[in-house]
Design a protein around this ligand. Structure first.
Ligand code: NAD
Length: 353
């Protein structure tokens, strides 16, 4: 440690590895000091930015000045690098999905325990503003008791043309984006899961899923549709949430959206029938404007430590991790269940999840 900052080396200096430099910059207790990548060009880029570069992972691990290894390689090699780094006495931050299967995470956690080193997964979308707003809305019962939610990310650009298209590297959209949406979902309810069904999309003809739709029912009655798509030229809203007193929608990353709730100060006014196609309907008419309130989406006030500040506090024994490994393990088990449900075209029940 120099100048009270833990020295961190990034292993895998691609898109996300290099973005971590930006993310860690404001940290007062972590400093990116070096980089290792299997591709020379990536190391040259790192050297041009003034980072020390290493010729091998072994060289990183035998460098006693290195406190933390951050893994941002493709998914298939996270486990091996994590176990080697923990065994060498380094604390580890690992990109998501931490591993391709849940048993591999168990193996890493055993080594983390034996070596008494911190292992934390970068589930950064727990800090996303849209998610924090929905979490706050549910906790504060702003639309009553939430009984159904839909969480989606959709694009029209297919799977990025790299390892994400290949099974051997842990590719596919369920592992890539699904892991974020499912991680968020499990934080929105304290309930266990009752049943899961899912369909994987393979429209693009890749050997891995280019998206998926899953339907998850919790034991407390909450239902959720979680969907990722890469073939959506027009996308559906990021969040659609129904409660006993209203509905909330967040359309996009710009947080555009609204909340419509029953007005507690006004007696319910019957809606007037509307013309719908060739008929009239009162059932499908919007709620009357007099008896509902239309509220804006407001940013949630979050006092959460940043991921990196929390990581340092955990190393120093001052805080509990904000991303707990047991939670990450549960998400991986849910992903395995979704793969199984899709393959069997079944509704899987009686899950220990
Ligand atoms: P990328 O292909 O852009 O970068 C991966 C880098 O790792 C490449 O430079 C490659 O040469 C290097 N590499 C491959 N094998 C290696 C090894 N054995 N040792 C050292 N370096 C190796 O991929 P990416 O998009 O940066 O994704 C990397 C990881 O980050 C993945 O796990 C991905 O899921 C994750 N990721 C997370 C987020 C997030 O928001 N949390 C966003 C993007 C990617």
């Amino acid at each position: 440690m120099e100048q009270n900052k833990y020295s961190l080396v990034i292993v895998g200096f691609g898109g996300m590895g290099s973005y971590h430099v930006q993310l860690i910059e404001p940290s007062e207790r972590l400093a990116v000091t070096g980089v290792y990548d299997v591709v020379d060009y990536r190391k040259e880029l790192a050297a041009a930015k003034g980072f020390k570069t290493y010729d091998s992972l072994e060289a990183v691990l035998s460098d006693e000045t290195v406190d933390v290894v951050l893994i941002a390689t493709p998914n298939d090699v996270h486990k091996e690098i994590a176990i080697r780094a923990l065994t060498a006495g380094k604390h580890v931050i690992c990109e998501k999905p931490v591993t391709v299967d849940s048993a591999d995470l168990r193996d890493i956690l055993e080594v983390s325990k034996e070596s008494d080193r911190v292992f934390m997964v970068h589930q950064n979308r727990r800090w996303d503003e849209d998610f924090l707003i929905i979490q706050d809305l549910i906790e504060k019962k702003k639309i009553g008791e939430v009984f159904h939610l839909e969480s989606r990310v959709q694009g029209a650009n297919g799977i990025p043309g790299d390892w994400r298209q290949l099974k051997a590297y842990g590719g596919g959209m369920l592992l890539d984006w699904g892991v974020h949406l499912l991680d968020q979902l499990l934080l929105l309810t304290g309930s266990r899961i009752d049943s899961v069904t899912a369909e994987l999309s393979t429209i693009l003809g890749t050997e891995v899923d280019d998206g998926f739709t899953s339907f998850i029912r919790f034991k407390d009655g909450l239902t959720a549709v979680i969907e990722v798509g890469t073939t959506n030229f027009i996308k559906l809203p990021r969040w659609y949430v129904k409660g006993t007193e209203g509905t909330a929608i967040i359309r996009d990353w710009d947080l555009s959206g609204e909340i419509v709730v029953n007005n507690p100060d006004v007696a319910k006014v019957e809606p007037k029938p509307i013309q719908a196609g060739q008929g009239l309907t009162k059932t499908m008419a919007p709620p009357s404007e007099e008896s509902t309130l239309r509220l804006p989406i407001e940013k949630a006030l979050s006092t959460k430590q940043s991921f990196y500040d929390n990581f340092v506090s955990v190393i120093e024994g001052k805080s509990e991790p904000l991303v707990k490994n047991e939670e990450v393990h549960r998400v991986l088990r849910l992903i395995e269940t979704i793969f199984e449900a899709a393959e069997k075209r079944a509704v899987l029940k009686d899950l220990e999840l």
